[in-house]
Design a protein around this ligand. Sequence first.
Ligand code: F6P
Length: 552
Amino acid sequence: MLLNLLPGWDSLRAKAEQFSEMHLDKLLHDPERQQKLMFSSLEHFVMDFSKQRLSSEVLDELIDLAKQAKVEEKIQGLLSGEIVNKSENRAALHTALRAPSAEECFLEDKQFNKKIQKSLNKMEVLIKRIQAKQWRGFTGKPIKDIVNIGVGGSDLGPLMTTYALKEFTAPDSKKLNIHFASSIDGAQLAGLLPGLNPETTLFIVVSKSFSTIDTLSNANTAVSWLKTAGADEALLKKLHFIGISSTTEKMTDWGIAKSNQLLFWDWVGGRYSLWSTVGFSIALQIGMEGFKEFLAGAHHLDKHLAETPLEKNIPVLLSLIDIWNCNFLRTNAHAILPYDGRLKHFHAYLEQLEMESNGKSVSVGNEDINYRTCPILWGEVGPNAQHAFYQLLHQGTESVNSDFLVAIKRCTGEARDVKESFAEHHSLNLSNCLAQSRVLALGSTALSLDEQMKLSPHQQYAGSQSSTTILIDQLTPYTLGSLIALYEHKVFISSILWDINPFDQWGVELGKSIANKIQPALQGEKLDYLDCSTSALIEQVKRTLAEAEQQS
Ligand code: F6P
């Protein structure tokens, strides 16, 4: 049912009127409220919702709203393999990918787990060969550099996770370098290839459809590069390419040898696929044991989602906070602010997860939706963003909801000789994180009355910007797995309330087909149905390229 037709909608709208007028300063000095809005029901995490503009009574009403939307039944539906992706007539079984055994995979059909284990076992065999220096390039030298070629879900999750978990690199992988190339303009490959040795470079071509032009054009460039370096055409795809896809036919057609093909399935959405063989680069870096820890952390969240009452269910609460901000307080910007340099790519990953899933305006039943859905999400490593866009958060005119994420414990990795300096970094980082959410909430009232009196208008902070603080014990493969699954499930719960299908992405298709039509026009073909702006731009591009050619 549409969100604004649920019985609880009107009462929450009335409450929102009251809370949108109320400054957060009025809410933050009540220890009882604090206790009710801080949750530690999820192992390794503490969630502080007290800097949100609501009371525990509002949260209770939001939980009732979730019940009215049948969130509990729909969670069971997702986990038990119901057809939740109606427009593509399939289930969304990413949770099955991280179940440690058939018994724990929530599905009746235990064959799924067998298939999954089989593909992970094959991935392990390939990984071990690379780690043991038994995978050799066209001159017989062992592989040293691995380039993941993929885009969207075939890039963002693996890139984000390998970057975040570098300090957990498996001993056997220490001498391997993992790189990523995604962009259709070839710029990333162009930057990467001169630093690589073709004799010792392996490309992992990751594409669920194995028809994404961005990925295939990069893969074809890699083939040309290897050929130019003298690799035998008949052999190079066998020695220098692994394919990861849901279609064996297309991998075979492109030339990936059967032995180098890793499978996943059409019931895994691209942006939910890092738990499958798409996580190859992650498993290569942290080793299969580390990868299993990562899966276990995500599975822990699946169990939490399935078994925890809504009142303490963390992904449900995180979603309800989003709904409250977006649909009731009309805050439609959401900043992701990890106070952790290791989570540098986390916001980009979440941008796809959230906006490709929930950036929709048609309901599951194909009705037009007349309320807001997914907010605009962006982010940056918090301390760096302080020196970039926090000005707008503090003194701009937009209302923004933020997630502050920070690990309480930090290990100093291998930099033991500068251990004390790193301890200092960590306490500076923590205090900045806590300071920023405080200032966003309280504004100038974070200062004493005397100090406030001395401020001129341009030094004033209005405050009352809401935020959630997520404290993580420590960033490990396990807790990162949990964190990602937490956001995945939040996105799913929000989709239930918004009555949309989070597992399709029809909004990306038109642009792809129009690009196919524009390419011939750039090469001189006449198209008679173009708009003036695009025609003028095409003409300008053609003129500039022709002039450049004349000059060269
Ligand atoms: O165009 C969007 C999209 O389909 C994403 O959903 C997906 O993650 C990405 O492109 C890459 O698709 P593929 O893995 O099929 O190459």
